[in-house]
Design a protein around this ligand. Structure first.
Ligand code: F6R
Length: 610
């Protein structure tokens, strides 16, 4: 996610304070950075692609000073990571600058409307539209203009705004994106999280959705959505810098697990159109006619992304009735696969830089097969080279073990299946609307699943000393069993196997004795009774049964040693819900064993070599 820093101070060192603040936000990941200050009544901006050092060098070379400014690190979502797309963005008059974190869902409509009024846009971003919108609302009062402009915005945003005619004032606003105000001595800050200003103050004011903040060096006014001034509460933050980077969580992995409700919302943002009964995937590059012509789909990926591919096989085959094969990219590229020009290859990759997935994708493209990339990093090789793409909007994932990126892949792939299903006539408008409704409730459901944390910790403490684990599941939850096992082995170094439960008696059952914990995913589905049978088979062989079941399911309590209950959801959403307790289980087991959770041995976040 992008980082925002703003400051208004009495010294002329504002741009350096901004760079320092941005450095504190580097852990969030970014691909370009920029800042703006007011100098002699004019806005001056500096923007650079790549690391902050580039921006810092440009700043030193410019000799720029100033007492007020806005800084930004950009994680590209709309538009490639280029200098022109880097923030801050200006309005047409050049007097207003904006930094933005979030996604503006209706930016195309707004841009068209503003173009008709004569506004000229310089970048490919959704964010630039905010500067022009504020310009069109500005009549001398900046906070009022921001208030008016934000009423037109759909989506999520946290913004910082500055106007050349108000050289002592910063304005901030937010909706579904974090923004805090840091109150210093004779200086105040605006930031996307406290880390950016923690060096200068421990007094913070958290802005609420819909509020607008007006900051000067020695004053703060908070306005509600109707423009009325509101009292505010100061919070004292006693975190160290390292703690603050992780949002107060002990590890990035736990923080990222907790970000999953937001990640689901972000991945859905602007993509569900119930009114027209459509799934909007702008960059997919496949219209309805092309969707109807697809003969089969080949999914290629590695590791956790490969597990997402296996869930997608269930989604696409059930909802769109297109045959799907799932391959390890490392196998696909060497096994001389049958490349069908009417087929579609879907390359799934969080980083978009995994060497095997890139090679497999290139091979398919060379044979004339269309490739869609499902990626989290815009501007990455896969997102650039694929014929079409679905970006996952999970934000930078720092923990080496993938959690929030996996969930965002599942959501994106479900959207793809729904889109294809509708285009091919397998889903009616009403069915699609029902899926949309359920998807809209999903962030809250996952928020509730996270409340199992205390229970999962108890289970983890009981089994942290185990040497082996078996994970079983069936149907679309069998890839989730594989993912549960992978998470555990990656970060706790416990040997773990994942199996479809029906396969247990064809081999792995030989491993079972009283020392073997077996994690069974046993939520309601057409194969529920089948999984129960496997649980019984393991139990009579003295396995210690840890069962994930649906709230209110008494049968589970009778057959399990330990239960973790999750809310009941439609079957297609169950993989997204059920993986959460498994992520938490891996995390707590690893933590109990004193492992380096965020940077497990021998693993790299992005595998750029074969
Ligand atoms: C597991 C994990 C890896 C990656 C794999 C593919 O937690 O992170 O298994 O999923 O290396 O990486 P991407 O998705 O970046 O291609």
């Amino acid at each position: 996610m992008c980082g925002i820093v703003g400051c208004v101070t009495s010294e002329r060192n504002a741009p350096y304070l901004l760079v320092d603040g941005l450095r504190r936000l580097e852990y969030r990941g970014y691909d370009s950075a920029g800042l703006a200050v007011i100098k002699d009544g004019e806005i001056v901006t500096l923007r650079e692609v790549g690391k902050l050092n580039n921006l810092e060098s440009a700043l030193k070379a410019s000799g720029l000073g100033g007492t007020i400014g806005l800084g930004h690190t950009r994680w590209a979502t709309h538009g490639r990571p280029t200098q022109v797309n880097a923030h801050p963005h200006r309005d047409g008059s050049g007097k207003i600058v904006v930094v933005h974190n979030g996604i503006i869902e209706n930016f195309r409509e707004l841009r068209a409307e503003l173009r008709d009024q004569g506004h000229v846009f310089a970048s490919e971003t959704d964010s630039e539209v905010i500067a022009h919108l504020i310009e069109s609302c500005y009549r001398g009062d900046l906070a009022q203009a921001v208030l008016e402009a934000t009423r037109r915005l759909e989506g999520a945003y946290a913004i910082g705004v500055m106007h050349a005619d108000h050289p002592e004032m910063l304005v901030g606003a937010r909706k579904d994106g974090p923004l805090v105000i840091g109150l210093g001595e004779n200086e105040n800050f605006l930031a996307s999280d406290v880390t950016a200003a923690l060096e200068h103050t421990s007094r913070f004011v958290y802005l609420d959705d819909g509020q607008v903040a007006e900051l000067t060096r020695d004053g703060l006014r908070i306005l509600d959505a109707s423009g009325h001034e509101q009292p505010y509460v100061q919070t004292n933050i006693a975190w160290s810098l390292a703690q603050a980077e992780r949002g107060g969580y002990p590890h990035f992995m736990l923080k990222e697990i907790h970000e999953q409700p937001t990640v689901i919302s972000d991945t859905l943002l602007g993509r569900l159109d119930e009114t027209r009964g459509e799934i909007v995937l702008d960059d997919l590059g496949i219209d309805d006619e092309a969707a109807r012509a697809i003969s089969r789909i080949h999914i290629i990926a590695c590791g956790t992304s490969w597990h997402a591919g296996h869930v997608a096989k269930f989604y696409i085959e059930q909802l769109a009735r297109i045959p799907v094969e799932v391959d390890y990219a490392s196998e696909y590229r060497y096994r001389d696969p049958i490349l069908d020009p009417d087929g579609l290859v879907v390359a799934i990759s969080q980083s978009g830089e995994t060497a095997d997935t890139i090679a497999a994708m290139r091979m398919a493209r060379q044979a004339g097969v269309r490739v869609v990339g499902v990626c989290n990093v815009i501007g990455s090789t896969i997102s650039r080279e694929a014929d079409g793409s679905i970006m996952t909007h999970a934000g930078p994932e720092i923990g080496v073990a993938s959690t929030k990126a996996f969930i965002s892949q599942l959501v994106a792939l479900l959207l793809l299946a729904l889109r294809l299903g509708r285009a091919r006539g397998h889903l009616s408008v009403d069915e699609l609307r029902r899926h949309c409704l359920e998807l809209r409730q999903l962030p809250q459901v996952v928020e509730n699943v996270l409340k199992t944390e205390g229970r999962v910790l108890e289970v983890a403490r009981r089994f942290a000393g185990a040497q082996d684990f078996l994970f079983i599941g069936r149907g679309m939850n069998y890839p989730i069993a594989l993912e549960g096992a992978l998470k555990l082995k990656e970060i706790s170094y416990i040997h773990a196997e994942g199996y479809p439960s029906g396969e247990m008696k064809h081999g792995p059952i030989a491993l079972i004795d009283e020392r073997m914990p077996v994690v069974a995913i046993c939520t309601r589905s057409p194969v529920y009774e089948k999984v129960i049978t496997s649980v019984e088979e393991a139990r009579v062989r003295d396995a210690k049964m840890i069962v994930i079941g649906n709230e209110g399911d008494e049968k589970i309590t009778e057959i399990a040693d330990e239960t973790i209950f999750v809310p009941h959801v439609a079957e297609i959403l169950s993989p997204i819900v059920n993986v959460v307790p498994l992520q938490l289980l891996a995390y707590f087991v690893a933590r109990e064993r004193g492992c380096d959770v965020d940077q497990p041995r021998n693993l790299a976040k992005s595998v750029t070599v074969e």
